[in-house]
Design a protein around this ligand. Structure first.
Ligand SMILES: Nc1ncnc2c1ncn2[C@@H]1O[C@H](COP(=O)(O)OP(=O)(O)OP(=O)(O)O)[C@@H](O)[C@H]1O
Ligand SMILES: [Mg+2]
Length: 446
């Protein structure tokens, strides 16, 4: 699988995994929520049982008070408590409707409840009738006590059954909580692991890409060096072979002319030879100006700008700050090639009638600026240069690469009012920088 494929696969795996673990966490949460609501339900049943027990006990106390005091106001309270007992019993029935065992218990509890309410009523009626005797009341109390014992037993059974259910439901809720925690922790770690793998794959890919870019840059630097060497060689060959032969031919024809004065053909030949010698010299010097090696960048630039102005008809102003003196050979050659390519571009693409060239030094840097007042670069070229340094031909890419090779940087400013190329290189050459960045693009303020 390609490295991009691996990176995408790792990312897809991480996303799928996070989605799956989110789903399982969601289901586990639902399960826990259901268990929690059953726990609450058991507690409600236990509360209702306790309420029932309290109401029954209160009814017993009210009966004793009434027997002692004969206070009729207690009868209303007694009636209220009886209602409360019945309501609570109904609530218990509703709450335990899902549980057959508890429903059976409730049935028993309900019968006991009615029995106790009836005994209570009988005791009160006896008291109200004024025929109450301790023996009759004691007989009722004995029956009430037996019913109370059985009620307590049933209540305890019901309470225990709910307690058992509560324990089971609580255990289920706890296991759901642990399951959720396990799922979340495991998915967190696994997602982290997959993201680390993804990151490592990305780092690997970026490293491979930058290695490829470095190799590509090294190759272009080599191509540019070879091109310079070829130009130098070709310029020398042109000068030393064709150039010298043309000069020798001119000398021979001059000898002939001295023997045949007034011969127009020989005169024409001499004129053609002069033009050819001049043309050969120009081509040879443009390929590699000897001035560059002999007198340096300043003189070679003056010579080139002057010749360029003559050949192109463009009015080029030149501002050279001589303070820099001679620069390293590589720097002088690079700056000369930038000047050559920039002015060639001005002539080929800008349509400008005027251009400015300046060569200055500042902050231990040599700064070459070539500015024209033409149409500016097409927006598409400007955009692609800004994005990744591509989009131009060989010229701009070559300039960028040459400048980078000697540790400098190239800025390209372009707008509808013209283009400016600014090359900044250190006075002393440094090894090429390792960072990869397109040339800086800016708009020229017109
Ligand atoms: N001074 C300029 N004015 C306007 N457009 C320019 C200028 N310099 C460059 N360009 C635009 O930028 C493009 C890229 O220039 P570059 O020098 O890289 O390639 P080129 O000149 O087209 O071909 P070559 O590879 O022969 O140099 C040109 O095609 C042109 O559209
Ligand atoms: Mg060009």
């Amino acid at each position: 699988m390609s490295s991009t494929g691996k990176v995408n696969a790792a990312l897809a795996a991480a996303i799928i995994f996070i989605l799956l673990s989110s789903c399982s966490a969601y289901f586990a949460f639902n399960r826990m929520d259901a268990s929690q609501s059953w726990v609450r339900h058991s507690r409600d049943v236990q509360n209702a049982l306790a309420q029932f027990s309290r109401a029954v006990a209160r009814a017993g106390r009210l009966r004793s008070e009434y027997m002692d005091s004969g206070d009729n106001s207690l009868l209303q309270q007694q009636a209220d408590v009886v209602d409360q007992i019945r309501n609570t019993a109904a609530a218990i029935q509703t709450l335990t409707v899902d549980n057959a065992r508890q429903q059976a218990n409730w049935k028993e509890l309900s019968e006991l409840k009615e029995q106790r309410i009836a005994l209570l009523g009988a005791a009160l009626e006896l008291k109200k009738s004024g025929k109450s005797t301790p023996a009759a009341q004691a007989a009722i109390s004995r029956q009430s006590l037996a019913a109370a014992d059985r009620t307590d037993q049933v209540l305890q059974r019901m309470y225990d059954a709910e307690e058992q259910l509560l324990a089971e439901r609580q255990a289920r809720a706890n296991s759901s909580a642990s399951l959720i925690a396990t799922i979340l922790i495991a998915s967190l770690f696994l997602a982290l692991a997959i993201f680390i793998v993804h990151h490592l794959l990305l780092v690997d890919q970026v490293a491979a890409r930058s290695r490829a870019e470095l190799a590509q840059r090294a190759l272009s630097a080599k191509v540019l060096t070879l091109q310079d060497e070829e130009r130098r060689k070709f310029a020398r060959e042109l000068h030393d072979s064709v150039g010298q032969q043309l000069v020798a031919m001119k000398m021979a024809i001059s000898v002939l002319q001295s023997k045949l004065p007034g011969d127009n053909t020989l005169q024409d030949c001499l004129k053609l030879l002069d033009d050819s010698i001049a043309e050969t010299r120009t081509i040879s010097h443009l390929l590699h100006p000897p001035l560059l090696d002999e007198a340096g960048l300043n003189s070679a630039s003056r010579w080139f700008v002057e010749g360029f102005g003559r050949r192109s008809g463009i009015d080029v102003s030149l501002d050279i700050h001589d303070g820099a003196g001679r620069l390293p050979e590589a720097t002088e050659l690079v700056l000369f090639r930038v000047l050559q390519e920039s002015l060639t571009n001005v002539h080929r693409h800008s349509g400008a009638k005027r251009a400015d060239v300046s060569l200055q030094t500042a902050n231990n840097q040599v700064i070459l600026r070539v500015r024209d007042y033409g149409s500016g670069m097409p927006p598409a070229v400007v955009e692609s240069l800004r994005l990744d340094g591509s989009g131009g031909g060989v010229g701009l890419a070559g300039m960028t690469e040459r400048i980078r090779e000697i540790g400098g940087k190239l800025e390209i400013h372009s707008s509808a009012v013209g283009t400016e190329i600014v090359a900044r290189v250190p006075m002393s050459t440094k090894p090429a920088r390792q960072t990869i960045s397109p040339p800086r693009m800016q708009e020229v303020k017109g």
